[in-house]
Design a protein around this ligand. Structure first.
Ligand code: A2P
Length: 302
């Protein structure tokens, strides 16, 4: 079983050994808004940018990075660019075109589809290699075939690391038991109200890094005015969003907060404090398995 070892660290190591411990989520930003966000992010220390085929902004991120790298003097090699292969549309069985079987014994050339998407990503992002490519969802009809295609593309050299997103333990087990390479990353929705502890534990045990998407989303509804978080924010003299992001990191997860606002972009990476163990437990206790985004049809249940 091949294992690609990667360390998590603030400084991105040029030899490709370290993944930054925070990244900028880019959905749904485009155009000037995205360019300004990327410049602000690079200026305050972000080195990882996350996109996806179906965010439909890979070309915009490519342009933004080109402008922002030139402006800041930061090189391509110093940034970690991550994208995802997947369906064109978000949801709906009828929207599944690329990675679904119309008939039971239909046999698609999945390698050609994945290769084409990765080549499109390279072109749109204006790069000659991608730091990491994830499978966006564990599309049930062709999950392992997509993974095996990524393994080949990784070996061919245009992708440094390969990983998955929205996977539960059973999906990860399927790859571990049937494929050559263990995913470097599983990107999932995690928040104080949705700690998904069993997935995090499984990933840790198998040396899979957990990235968290939309880490701040519940602050807009479920955790709005939550007393535990408000008290901790007061205690540590930081914003509630900073408590949530630091909690993520202290749980060994890599948060990918999206913001278009330069001040909030900076605030989200300014995390020079430590949450005491007893306070971490108070945050963990907020869990109620509440997922902010509707659960995908591609990976229902646990
Ligand atoms: P904004 O871009 O105006 O900063 P998602 O849930 O898709 O990850 O998006 C995160 C949401 O949280 C966005 O609406 C973003 O809005 C907002 N946000 C990001 N950082 C902060 C912050 N530090 N404080 C409050 N809201 C934030």
């Amino acid at each position: 079983m091949g294992r690609m070892h990667v360390e998590v660290g603030r400084e991105y190591n040029m030899s490709g050994l370290k993944m930054p411990n925070i990244g900028l989520g880019t959905y749904p930003m485009k155009g000037e808004q995205l360019t300004n966000a990327v410049i602000a992010a690079l200026e305050c220390g972000y080195r990882m940018f996350d996109t996806a085929h179906n965010y439909c902004n890979e070309d915009h991120l490519g342009n933004s990075l080109k402008i922002a790298l030139q402006k800041t003097g930061i090189t391509r090699e110093e940034v970690f660019i991550q994208t995802k292969v997947g369906e064109e549309h978000w949801e709906g069985i009828n929207d599944m075109k690329l990675f679904s079987k119309k008939e039971k014994n239909e046999c698609k050339d999945i390698f050609a589809i994945v290769k084409d998407q990765v080549e499109t990503s390279l072109e749109k992002l204006q790069v000659d290699y991608l730091d990491c490519v994830l499978i966006h969802f564990p599309y049930p009809d062709y999950f392992l075939e997509i993974w095996k295609a990524l393994e080949v593309l990784h070996k061919q050299g245009t992708i440094n690391y390969i990983g998955v997103s929205n996977c539960r333990e059973r999906h990860l087990k399927k790859i571990i038991e049937n494929c050559e390479i263990v995913p470097i990353v599983n990107q999932v929705e995690i928040s104080p109200v949705n700690t998904v502890q069993s997935v995090v534990d499984f990933c840790k045990k198998n040396n899979i890094i957990v990235q968290t998407y939309s880490p701040l989303m519940p602050l807009r509804h479920k955790l709005k005015d939550n007393n535990v978080l408000l008290e901790l924010a007061k205690k540590y003299n930081v914003a509630v969003s900073q408590i949530v992001l630091k909690w993520n990191m202290q749980n060994d997860c890599i948060p990918l907060p999206k913001s278009s606002n330069p001040e909030r972009i900076k605030q989200n990476i300014t995390l020079n404090f430590k949450i005491e163990d007893s306070d971490m437990l108070k945050i963990n206790a907020l869990n109620e398995n509440y997922q902010s985004l509707p659960q995908s049809i591609y990976c229902p249940g646990y």
